[in-house]
Design a protein around this ligand. Structure first.
Ligand code: SF4
Length: 220
C-alpha cells in the first residue's frame, strides 16, 4: 500500500479507535525512559497481566536507575522472579547496571542503547518512541501481524525478518503521533486483529481497505 492518502487514513482511523480503546497501563504515556525500558524488558515474552503487579513493585522499590544500580542483584532478582525466564532477568539487571556504569542515565540514542548487551532493536526503539514520542520502526509480533494483513503481505515463515514487512511498518507509522499510533496498533492486535481469528467485522481498518479483511467473502 503506497497511496499517501490511504496511509494517512490508516493512521487517522487507527488512532481514532485508540482514543476509546488504548489501555492505560501504568508504564504508558510515561516520559521517563527508565520506566519505559523497565516495562519493555518485562513485557518481552510475558503477558501484560502478569507484568502489571511486578512492574508496580519494581518501580516502587527502585524509582531511579541510580537506586537500582546501588542495589544487590539478588534483591532485585527476587522482585523479578515471578516473571520467570531466569536468563531474561539476569540480562535485564546486567543491562540496567551497565547503562548506569556507562551513562549514569538511560540514553535515548538508538545506537547507545543497542550497543548495550541485552538490548535489542525492539526494546531500544520502543524506549525512544514511547518516552520521547519519536518515530521508530517497531517490529514485533503485533505490528507485523496488523501491518502485513493491511498490506496483504504473507505472515508465513519469519515475517518479522522480511524487508517488505519491515518497510511497511516504517511507512505506516505516524511521524506526528508515533506513541499513540503504536499503542493503538498493539491494543488492536490484542483485541481485534487476533492471530487465529481476527474480528474484521468490528475493525476500524477494514474500510481502508485492509487487504486481509476485504478478502473475507462476507466482508469484502
Ligand atoms: S480488518 Fe481484520 S485483518 Fe485487517 S487489521 Fe482489522 S482485524 Fe486485522
Amino acid at each position: 500500500m503506497n497511496n499517501p492518502d490511504k496511509i494517512r487514513n490508516l493512521r487517522r482511523l487507527l488512532q481514532k479507535w485508540g482514543e476509546s480503546n488504548i489501555i492505560n497501563y501504568p508504564w504508558r504515556y510515561n516520559e521517563n525512559p527508565y520506566f519505559v525500558l523497565v516495562s519493555e524488558f518485562m513485557l518481552h515474552r510475558t503477558q501484560v497481566k502478569q507484568v502489571i503487579p511486578i512492574y508496580s513493585e519494581f518501580v516502587k522499590a527502585y524509582p531511579t536507575l541510580k537506586k537500582l544500580a546501588n542495589a544487590p542483584d539478588n534483591q532485585i532478582k527476587k522482585i523479578l522472579s515471578p516473571l520467570g525466564l531466569q536468563w531474561r532477568i539476569t540480562s535485564m539487571v546486567k543491562a540496567l547496571k551497565e547503562l548506569w556504569r556507562r551513562y549514569k542515565e538511560i540514553p535515548t540514542d538508538f545506537e547507545q542503547l543497542i550497543e548495550t548487551p541485552g538490548i535489542g532493536n525492539y526494546i531500544a526503539g520502543a524506549t525512544i518512541c514511547f518516552s520521547l514520542n519519536q518515530k521508530q520502526t517497531l517490529v514485533d509480533t503485533n505490528t507485523v501481524r496488523v501491518s502485513a494483513r493491511i498490506a496483504g503481505l504473507s505472515l508465513e515463515g519469519e515475517a518479522r525478518r522480511k524487508a517488505e514487512v519491515i518497510s511497511i511498518i516504517e511507512k505506516f507509522c505516524d511521524p506526528i503521533e508515533p506513541r499513540k499510533y503504536y499503542y493503538s496498533m498493539i491494543d488492536l492486535a490484542h483485541s481485534l486483529c487476533l492471530p487465529k481469528t481476527p474480528v474484521c467485522s468490528k475493525c476500524p481498518l477494514l474500510s481502508i481497505p485492509c487487504k486481509f479483511g476485504s478478502q473475507i467473502p462476507e466482508l469484502g
